[in-house]
Design a binder for this molecule. Structure first.
Ligand code: R1P
Ligand code: MN
Ligand code: MN
Length: 404
């Protein structure tokens, strides 16, 4: 029986990539800076001391990061009994956003430029927002700027509840985000507004509209809920997920994977919120997965709860939790199964601002006859998609080099 399990740690970069200068990200290092802060006792909230990731280390995380940056991260060294094949991959795609990273790892890099709302204030063209408001029957909107999604709730959440006007904001990504209160505005109304916005964005080439529902009564208890929804464009070509589905295989999405691929190539969608539930759901799906199945999980908390929030201790604690549960996954793997751990971009929690960072991502592969050792620097995340194609004996993808 042959399956591939992809555990996608959203934003877990291993050091600034060669092209980081064009993103203002030279020196960023999500993993390295978390390890450094932990070693210096600067990440002792809810956890303590040096970063401990023994299972990820055995899969080759420390070594992959060392090959990326040129030095072992504090607390990670050569004294590990390696079991995995490890490498780090450069992104070919033009953007450091989630869809680009995901599509590329499934064999389809984004070689065109996305549209961006690059003005930090008055970010959205008036003719666009006029059309959205008219179709949705709304008087106006709030925001219209680059923002961190939690900060903007503190600033504008109450005004939104009073006025009924949605909050529109964006970031360095190709994204249009809409925050609305789940009860006062209504979840279905928010989703409908996002659908209208998705349609009106057609001429702008924007990668994603994201619904950001929240609840609570005021700035002290406003909280985003698990009903976030991403409205992504479809990948520009068939990914390895599509190819496996067409060949009669199963592609199980756990978490937001289905949304990111606009449901292309997905045969089953499992919803789960939070690291623990996502891990549980992944294990349950692997237990029941038959031959020719991909189980693909996006662990979004690393990005949205810790990376964007610049919460180093939270990120470290999340990684340690994930690591502690890895043996449960390893125990489920058969001889022909392939396990891949990777990331879609960086989001260094020590970096200024709240945006993603352009970094190499780890590629940790285990099983399917792979020997422990280095896979080196991969020229594209698409090497993952190509390896999966080769694992399932599918037609080769147009991009990427298999490491199998
Ligand atoms: O600050 P929040 O709302 O979490 O937004 C972040 O989440 C989006 C998707 O990753 C990014 O574009 C970034 O803006
Ligand atoms: Mn992401
Ligand atoms: Mn993000």
């Amino acid at each position: 029986m042959k399956r591939t399990i992809i555990m996608m740690l959203d934003s877990f970069g291993v050091g600034a990539s060669a092209d980081a200068a064009s993103f203002g990200d030279v020196g960023s290092d999500t993993f390295g800076h978390i390890a450094k802060a932990c070693a210096e006792g600067k990440a002792d909230i809810g956890r303590e001391g040096p970063l401990k990731l023994p299972h990820l280390s055995r899969l080759g995380l420390g070594h992959a990061a060392m090959e990326s940056t040129g030095a072992f991260a504090p607390g990670f060294g050569d004294n590990v009994e390696l079991i995995g094949a490890y490498g780090h991959a450069q992104e070919l795609s033009s953007g450091k956003d989630t869809p680009s990273g995901h599509w590329e790892m499934a064999g389809v890099p984004v070689l065109f430029e996305w549209g961006y709302f690059s003005e930090h204030q008055n970010s959205f063209p008036k003719e666009l927002t006029d059309k959205i408001l008219a179709r949705a029957g709304l008087e106006g909107f709030l925001g219209n700027c680059h923002a961190s999604g939690t900060t903007i709730l503190e600033e504008l959440g109450e005004e939104h509840m009073r006025s009924g006007m949605p909050i529109f904001y964006t970031s360095a990504d190709s994204v249009f985000q809409i925050a609305c209160h789940e009860e006062t505005f209504g979840l279905e109304n928010l989703y409908r507004l996002c659908e209208i916005t998705r349609e009106e964005l057609e001429p702008y080439n924007i990668g994603r509209v994201i619904a950001r529902p929240f609840d609570g009564t005021g700035p002290s208890d406003f909280a985003r809920t698990g009903n976030r929804k991403d409205y992504s464009l479809e990948p520009p070509a068939k990914t390895v997920l599509d190819k496996l589905k067409e060949a009669g295989g199963e592609v199980v999405s756990v978490g937001k994977i289905a949304d990111i691929y606009a449901y292309c190539g997905i045969t089953k969608k499992v919803k789960a919120n939070g690291l623990e539930a996502l891990f549980d759901a992944t294990l349950a799906e692997v237990k029941s997965a038959g031959d020719n199945t991909i189980v693909f999980t996006n662990f979004v908390d690393f990005d949205s709860h810790y990376g964007h929030r610049r919460d180093v201790a939270g990120y470290a604690k999340g990684l340690e939790y994930f690591d502690a549960r890895l043996p449960e996954m390893l125990a489920l793997l058969g001889e022909d199964d392939l396990l891949i751990l990777t990331a879609d971009h960086g989001c260094d929690p020590t970096w200024p601002g709240s945006d993603h960072t352009r970094e190499y991502v780890p590629v940790l592969a285990f099983g399917a006859g792979l020997k422990a050792g280095s896979l080196g620097r991969r020229k594209s995340f698409a090497d993952i998609g190509q390896s999966i194609a080769s694992h399932f004996k599918l037609e080769p993808m147009a991009y990427g080099e298999s490491f199998l």
